[in-house]
Design a protein around this ligand. Structure first.
Ligand SMILES: NC(=O)c1ccc[n+]([C@@H]2O[C@H](COP(=O)([O-])OP(=O)(O)OC[C@H]3O[C@@H](n4cnc5c(N)ncnc54)[C@H](OP(=O)(O)O)[C@@H]3O)[C@@H](O)[C@H]2O)c1
Length: 229
């Protein structure tokens, strides 16, 4: 996938990693970048095409796919994390995490898939696709589901030559991690790693030490990983 000359669409482009994706895609020579947001008035990246898109609203997704019928690179970045426990957390909140991170992403993939033949999808996943994190059980489950979605969609779209890449990261310094006292990577570094991996044709990009460590630990007894945390 060559970013130079691509026509890209980024979900959740008004802040955080999404804003960085829109900025760096333009810097790397994308011909056009649709920077989408559920509140498009908050998009501030110069030079982008701004479109409204709430990935949990089927009418909004359909309208965006029609308005951006020339897209050949889809960046599924939009996501939510409410810090909810699985056992005692509010069920409505748990549903909202799954509705956005899994069902919303899938809805956008389904709407854009026909025009992505020969193009690419980059899904923003997480280290929590692979490990549970106390206090974020619902988010982790939704990111696991989104990881599986990424693998399934890759197989299903191989016939039309759509590259599907998953970007995993531990913690980037965005609003999403504001309440967590953990080492955080500059969002620009994470996004560069994702776009480098996309251009290199990788199926999976591990953007920081935390995601690399968790992926490596998957083959071992889970006790070994969780006992050292
Ligand atoms: N930051 C991290 O450490 C980290 C780690 C692992 C994975 N990730 C993943 O990275 C992605 C970006 O996260 P971030 O750190 O940039 O978080 P963020 O700063 O909280 O930004 C989240 C973005 O998603 C948008 N969004 C949420 N629900 C949406 C919806 N229904 N439709 C359209 N847009 C929606 C938000 O829009 P509004 O402004 O309208 O809310 C915002 O633009 C997410 O998929 C997240 O799970 C982040």
């Amino acid at each position: 996938m060559h970013i130079s000359g691509a026509i890209a669409l980024v979900t959740g482009a008004n802040r955080g990693l999404g804003r960085q994706f829109a900025t760096q895609l333009l810097e790397r020579g994308a011909t056009k970048v649709y920077a989408t947001a559920r509140r498009p008035e908050l998009v501030t990246v110069p030079g982008v095409e701004i479109l409204p898109l709430d990935i949990t609203d089927p009418a909004s997704v359909a309208a965006a796919a029609e308005a951006a019928a020339d897209v050949n690179l889809l960046v599924n970045n939009a996501g939510v994390a409410f810090g909810t426990d699985l056992v005692v957390g509010d069920l409505d909140v748990l549903h909202r995490e799954m509705d956005t991170n899994f069902w919303g992403t899938l809805s956008v993939v389904r709407a854009f898939a026909p025009q992505l033949a020969g193009g690419a999808i980059l899904n923003v996943l997480s280290v929590l696709s692979w490990i549970a994190f106390q206090g974020s059980g619902g988010y982790a489950a939704s990111k696991s589901a989104q990881w599986s979605l990424t693998n399934g969609v890759r197989l299903e779209l191989a016939g039309q030559k759509t590259q599907v890449t998953g970007l995993h990261l531990g913690a980037a310094d965005t609003d999403m991690t504001a309440g967590y006292d953990v080492p955080k990577t500059d969002p620009a570094v994470i996004v560069k790693a994702g776009l480098d991996g996309l251009e290199a044709g990788y199926w999976e990009v591990l953007a920081d030490e935390w995601s690399r460590g968790a992926k490596a630990a998957l083959a071992a007894d889970p006790r070994a990983y969780y006992n050292q945390q």
